[in-house]
Design a binder for this molecule. Structure first.
Ligand SMILES: [Zn+2]
Length: 316
């Protein structure tokens, strides 16, 4: 084929244009790529920075966490120590408390003992003594406080009778209870001094000779000198006689006198003295009730047994 000069030029120019356009576009693409690369690099840098910051934060947090957990451990230890101390303190307190209780118990029991001893020392021990033909009350004995027996209780009001002041409330209650039950009881004798006793005994001796020793002038001698013992009769019977046992007054006394602390000193068939249904001695409500319930006589008990009731003799 034959190419002309004009065509040749056109082809060259066209080719040159194509090449130029190619170079231009390649340049553009290259520039564009570089730009993108720069942006990416910047992003990467910024990411790296963020990562570093995050890592630092993370490390800080980790350090903080470690610190916190150490603090927690320390706190836990402190708590354990504290709670152990608390427990020790608590058990010490408990021990102290029980010691305080012990001590106050001791103080109480000591003061109770002191009170008991004081009450005992103030209670006349003669009031619960067993008297016999060989053991009797001293002639110098006089009850701590004597008061007159109210006239309304006496069979014969011409002579004043006296009694132990502390027995008065019990005697009064008993006489009132008897009265309420329709029972009329009168007192023939109450407190008798040693001298009065001597003159009674002399009177008996003049009447009965030396045989008088077996009569009531001897027995109950000491009990009347205590001021806590009474001889009872009725306005009908008027005398001290074993006939009294057939009277409703005696029956009432047998069933009720113990409630007011009185006992029959010489019951029928006793091994010590002649039977005296009229002769009643005050021994305190507790002892009298025990004797009544166990169907025993005062003189059947040992002195040691009886002495246990001394402290409560005037308890109601
Ligand atoms: Zn008597």
């Amino acid at each position: 084929m034959h190419i002309r000069g004009e065509e040749k030029r056109i082809i060259i120019v066209t080719a040159a244009l194509i090449v130029f356009a190619g170079v231009l576009s390649a340049g553009y693409i290259l520039w564009n790529l570089r730009e993108t690369n720069t942006l990416l690099e910047r992003d990467i840098l910024s990411l790296g920075e963020s990562l570093r910051i995050t890592k630092t934060h993370l490390e800080n947090t980790r350090r903080d966490n470690t610190d916190l957990s150490e603090l927690l451990d320390a706190t836990r230890n402190t708590n354990e120590v504290l709670s152990r101390n608390l427990e020790e303190q608590f058990s010490k307190n408990v021990a102290l408390e029980s010691k305080v209780v012990d001590i106050s118990g001791m103080v109480q029991s000591i003061s109770g003992t002191v009170g008991t001893l004081q009450k005992l020392s103030e209670t006349d021990e003669e009031l619960l003594k067993k008297y016999s033909k060989v053991y009797f009350l001293s002639e110098n004995y006089i009850p701590s406080r004597l008061i007159p027996v109210p006239d309304e209780y006496l069979l014969d009001t011409r002579l004043t009778k006296e009694m132990h002041a502390d027995v008065n409330p019990f005697l009064t209650d008993m006489m009132r209870a008897a009265d309420t039950a329709g029972i009329d009881i009168k007192i023939v004798s109450a407190y008798r001094s040693f001298d009065e006793q001597i003159s009674i005994k002399t009177g008996y001796k003049m009447l009965y000779g030396s045989g008088a020793n077996q009569f009531s002038a001897d027995q109950g001698y000491s009990e009347h000198q205590l001021g806590t013992t009474f001889d009872f009769t009725t306005p009908v019977l008027k005398i001290l006689s074993t006939q009294f046992e057939k009277d409703s007054a005696y029956v009432w006394l047998k069933d009720n006198a113990h409630r007011f602390g009185f006992v029959l000193s010489y019951p029928k068939g006793n091994a010590y003295y002649q039977y005296e249904p009229w002769h009643w001695r005050f021994v305190g409500v507790q002892l009298a009730t025990k004797l009544y319930q166990e169907k025993k006589n005062f003189y059947d008990l040992t002195q040691r047994e009886i002495d246990n009731y001394l402290i409560s003799i005037f308890d109601r």
